[in-house]
Structure formats: C-alpha cells, structure tokens
Design a protein around this ligand. Sequence first.
Ligand code: GAL
Length: 385
Amino acid sequence: MQNKFLGLTPPMGWNSWNTFTHAINEDLIKETADAMASSGLKDAGYEYVVIDDCWSLRQRDQDGFLVPDPEKFPHGMKAVADYVHEKGLKFGMYSCDGTHTCAGYPGSFEHEFQDAATFAAWGVDYLKYDNCYKPRHMDGEMLYKRMSLALRNCGRDILFSACNWGSDDVWSWIQGSGAQLFRSTGDIQDSWESIKNLALSQMDKMAYSGPFCHNDIDMLVVGMHGGSNNEFIGSVKGGCTDEEYRTHFSLWAMMNSPLMIGCDIRKMSEYTKETLCNPDLIAINQDIECRGPYVVPGHDPAALMALVKPMSDGSLAIGLFNLGDRKAEMSLQFWDMGIPAAAGVGLEMYDCWAHQTEGTFTERYAAQIEPHGCRVFRAKLVKVR
Ligand code: GAL
C-alpha cells in the first residue's frame, strides 16, 4: 500500500443500499456525487461514494471478468469512477466472498486476485465485501484474508470493508486479515428498535476496534424517514423521528463506526444535513486515537446508557443516551471516570448538539433526557481550586 494512513480513522461516505437496493444506475451515482460535493457533506468530511450490490450482469464474461450491467452503467465503471474523482471524492464498489453476492450476482470466490485487478483498473478506492453463498467447505476467515491480500497487492490503495455481519468471531481475527473495517452486525433497518439493538449488541466489542480496523455497526439510516425501496429495510414502517436519527448518529459517532450515509442526499432536509454535518460529533468519531468508548456503570444500558471515550487531546467525549421509552434523569459521577473529588478538577462541559458550553461541573453532572434522546458533550478537565 502507498497510503500509510488508509483507514486510519473510520471512513465517511454514502452507500447506495439502504435507500435504493437494486435500483441503481450511473445517473444516480453522479447526482449523488454532485450532491455530496455541493451540499456541504464533502466539506464536513464525507468522501466515499459507494455502489453496493446489483451493479453487474448475472454472468462473468468468457474470460472470467465481472461485467457492469450496460443498462445501469452504459459507460462502464471507470467512467463513473472518473466522474466521482473529478468531484474530489473517492469511489467504492461491492463484491462478495462467495460464489454469488447476496442478491445473486457473481461473487469473487476463486476470482479474488482477478477482481482486485479489475477494481484497481476501474479506479476503485473502497471495496465492501459481503459473505453470502460462501461454499461450506471454505473458512470465512481465509476468504477475507485472500481478498485483503489481493487488494493490498493490486497496485492501488483500496480500503477493504469486510462485511460478514459479525459471524465467525470476526473481531478475534480481522486485525490480522488487513481489513480496515469489519461489519459486526446484521443489516440495519430504518427503525428505532433496530438502531438500539445494533448499538447494544456491540457494547462488549468496543475494545476490538481501533485505528486502521474499525467496528462497522452498519450504514446510517439518518434522514431516510421510511424512504427505502426495500420492505425489510423499512419503507413500510415509516422510519424514525429526526430526534431518533440524532441519537443514532451520536451513537455511531461515539462508537467509532464508519459514517456511511444511507439516505437520498439529493433530497435530504436541512435538519438531516445539520445532523450529518455536526462538526463536534464528527470530531469525536474521527479522533486520531480511535479509542472505543466504555459504558459507565450505574444504569441499565438498555434503558439509560452513559458512554465515555477518551480523546487524544486529553478531554473526554461523553454521551448520555436514553434508549428507554420514558423521560428520565441521568447522572454521571465523575469518580466513575477517574476524577476523584480530591483532585480539584472539574469538567467544562461543551454540548455538542447545542454547540455551546453549559458550564463547569464538579463531582457530578445530571440531566433530564427525553425518551430515545441523548446529550453529547466534549468535557475538558479544568482546575477548580
Ligand atoms: C447484505 C449486507 C447489506 C447489503 C446487502 C446486499 O449481506 O449486509 O449491507 O450489502 O447484503 O445484497
């Protein structure tokens, strides 16, 4: 690899799956790249435009090469990649470690090195690699290692986003594979229950995530409001409230998940844009040390969860999450975070959604949190006496 910083912090971008599934084409990808560049998302740090499943023909060509569907991508993939690159963005694609992708298109099994070369020739910068139709005699760990090696030797920097949904104890071997991401969960749905369950499922895995190899809790549903064309993802359920999407974004940011947008950014509301572009949350997510947060004891996390993440400048990112269905008071005792009362140190609490300092507190902080709501702070240690 040329770029020694590839995947140092969690990638940020957009992926076609959550909203569009099979209904993808060249115009959509170009318009999305336009929107990313013109809307402020690019300036906020979003850079990858990723095409998920359903982009190819159902068969490889006679020499075994993958073929883009000429109806969806009449000018081929290189043309799309060039367009995305001209916008100052990066281009991502999708394949699978099995014989077929999850939607039944050709997978990269036994074609790993050939496909890596194809992706490099097209100008791909990011590869999401799924786990469907893996032959039973094959070990998933080995298949991810294969593709990772193929990508690391294809002559182009391609970020490797492994997507095996947390199976095969992925956290225990993924570092050694060389992948920059590992999907740790099943597919997200555009519902509060799904957001809550995915976040809770990874609380005991935060220690396995770190620089260059991040726990991927799945793509964001922020701003979708039921806009998927896929029933499972949630078009029939109507999605979430804007407040719930903010809590979702806060959780993903605090948990160092990649921030891959799943809504139609050509049509997002101002509120959605503000949520996705919150610079204080993005700074927490992109902190260079990528330390996973810990859960502060004292509450039942399934209802009230306090997360603390040490930041590289010595401050603490603190998230108070009310995952329950009733308004509740949450309190944080500072000695639970390593600040004894005798130290003469307080916390200057900067509210990352209100974008203002709430004040300096000693020994404890307490706040009322709305159901499915949250407060996120950047807390600076200050001398109080
Ligand atoms: C799933 C994957 C989704 C999406 C889909 C495409 O396995 O988790 O994120 O990529 O396949 O078929």
